[in-house]
Design a protein around this ligand. Structure first.
Ligand code: FAD
Length: 506
């Protein structure tokens, strides 16, 4: 793995001739299938699986660098999902005679403590390209080095392995199409690994510890909203069930390309993102299932398109590996300094608009419905994400990272590369992006013709015919009286004149 960002890989282990103990440190790889760190660690005589809830990921944090701000890193939806994923992993390990040691604190300390306590020969872990996670990883490696314990790192979260990139990650193309063609043309996706047989815990295994209560991590729980696309349940078991349901039981893959721009219900797209982000699901496993589906059911544009989207996911992962912190800077990869972003801390109007955007009270129904879905459920369709992000970054011109950070808090499927990469792309500071923006009302009419989606999340607009549900500001006072929907009372008047904001962009 010489070319992986900061990754070493499985060197042959001279200590294998004697009794040895391995620690596997689970991070965003909460699964047993296709898990190289686990598979390698499982060749030891004893194995200690560990997971650490990193307290820095919960509660308020600083978005550092230029024009820093504070925000909540992990909201209730993802915290709940992650706890479930850890609990599921523990169950699976227990059913195989092992266990999961759970700690709360700083992983770099907790992992080293466990490793020292069991006199481990090596700690096996998956590496991550995003700066925060690789910072934690670097600190953990430092602590292990002091203890003279090997840290063995693997790359396991993308479809294409970093070592299989035609020109290495440092030379990865900066546009999606070139990237896709390069990997499709000269790399292949490795076959997923199976679930290994696990060696026992050592006799002096540490206390397994408890999974911290939800309230201790992210405050009060939020009840499920039955309008959500899916009850996202964390864990490998639910992830594999979802693949089974989407591909095999409901046979939806054959029409994915035609349905993927939908907005209501579980079936319009795969909904695999949250499991992929927490690593409950391996993208290579998904690919192998798509292959099997193509052999057994049908091979068409739709079956290919799911892989096409997974390559988008890879694209952002390798872009983060290549650009590091620059990926998260206001000017993005292009280091643009010609856009003057409005900063809520310095501009009262921008601060008010930011609040209204976050809470889904902008007075523009297509934006508000999507933001309310996000806040209530932790999920939003890709179509919705593109529109609310474009509205924020282009029509409002508020610092795009503030919008992205709100997504970071709320999304059940948050991933640093996919989130900040897509935001930067839409804000015109990423690679592969022209200055592009969405015409929100046109999009609403096209993708929600009958205003079913908008009225699902904004029931106050239910009495309106679709054209008014999408543009309530075009109603006269008489219309408002006729339909019983008064602007500024039942639903907000728009906080900006959309047409005017577009004129500034042209
Ligand atoms: C502003 C913005 C922010 C986003 N933030 C995230 C995020 O934090 N985490 C995340 O996983 N996705 C993010 N996406 C990408 C995309 O919206 C979601 O992956 C998708 O909506 C999840 O639903 P799905 O699993 O049903 O997707 P499907 O349509 O079924 O796609 C299959 C898989 O392909 C991958 N994928 C699809 N589209 C993209 C894309 N544009 N970029 C990267 N990967 C993609 C995802 O892993 C997804 O699960 C973001 C998109 C935008 C526009």
């Amino acid at each position: 793995m010489s070319d992986s960002p900061d990754a070493t890989g499985s060197a042959s282990d001279p200590s294998r001739s004697r009794h040895n103990t391995a620690v596997v440190w689970f991070r965003h790889d909460l699964r047993l299938h296709d898990n190289e760190a686990l598979t390698e660690a499982a060749t030891a005589d004893n194995l200690v699986p560990v997971y650490v809830f990193d307290t820095r990921e919960y509660g308020k944090a600083e978005y550092s660098g230029a024009r820093s701000f504070r925000y909540e890193k992990t909201g209730i939806h993802r915290t709940r999902f992650r706890r479930e994923a850890v609990a599921d992993l523990r169950e699976s390990l227990r059913s195989r005679g092992s266990d999961l040691v759970v700690r709360e604190g700083r992983p770099e300390r907790a992992v080293a403590e466990v490793a020292a306590r069991v006199d481990a020969d090596a700690v096996h872990l998956h590496t991550s390209p995003s700066p925060e996670e690789s910072g934690v990883e670097g600190a953990a490696r430092g602590a292990l080095r002091e203890l003279d314990i090997d840290a063995r790192r693997y790359w396991g979260h993308t479809l294409y392995h970093v070592n299989d990139l035609p020109d290495g990650y440092r030379n990865v193309p900066d546009t999606y199409s070139s990237f896709r063609k390069s990997v499709e043309g000269s790399a292949s996706v490795r076959a997923p690994l199976g679930t290994p047989t696990l060696p026992p815990l050592p006799d002096d295994a540490p206390d397994p510890g408890a999974i911290p209560p939800l309230a201790a991590l992210s405050g009060a729980d939020q009840p499920d909203d039955d309008r959500g696309v899916l009850p996202f349940v964390g864990g490998e078991s639910a992830a594999l069930d979802r693949v089974e349901t989407y591909l095999w039981d409901e046979d939806r893959l054959r029409e994915y390309k035609e349905t993927r721009n939908g907005m209501i219900g579980q079936g319009y797209s795969s909904k695999l993102s949250a499991w992929l982000s927490e690593g409950c699901l391996s993208p290579r496993y998904v690919e192998s299932e798509v292959d099997r589906y193509e052999d057994l059911r049908v091979s068409n544009d739709s079956t290919y398109w799911l892989l096409f989207e997974l390559i988008w996911r890879d694209f952002y992962q390798f872009q983060v590996a290549k650009y590091g912190k620059q990926f998260f800077a206001p000017g993005g990869l292009r280091e643009r300094d010609d856009i003057s972003w409005r900063v809520p801390a310095e501009d009262d109007e921008a601060a008010r608009q930011f609040e209204r955007w976050m809470s889904g009270e902008t007075g523009i129904p297509f934006v508000d419905a999507n933001m309310r879905e996000l806040n209530q459920t932790g999920y939003m369709s890709n179509r919705g994400r593109q529109n609310v992000a474009s509205f924020f970054a282009n029509n409002l011109r508020i610092d795009w990272r503030r919008g992205a950070a709100h997504f970071e808090t709320q999304l059940v499927d948050y991933d640093p590369a996919s989130n900040y990469g897509n935001w930067a792309y839409i804000a015109g500071v990423g690679n592969d992006s022209r200055d592009r923006y969405f015409n929100i009302v046109k999009q609403a009419r096209k993708y929600d013709g009958q205003a079913e989606y908008v009225t699902q999340w904004l029931p106050e607009l239910d009495p309106l015919p679709p054209r008014y549900a999408h543009e309530p500001w075009t109603m006269s006072e008489r219309d408002q009286a006729e339909y019983g929907v008064e602007l500024g009372i039942d639903y907000p008047a728009p906080m900006v004149d959309l047409d005017q904001t577009y004129q500034k962009l042209r």
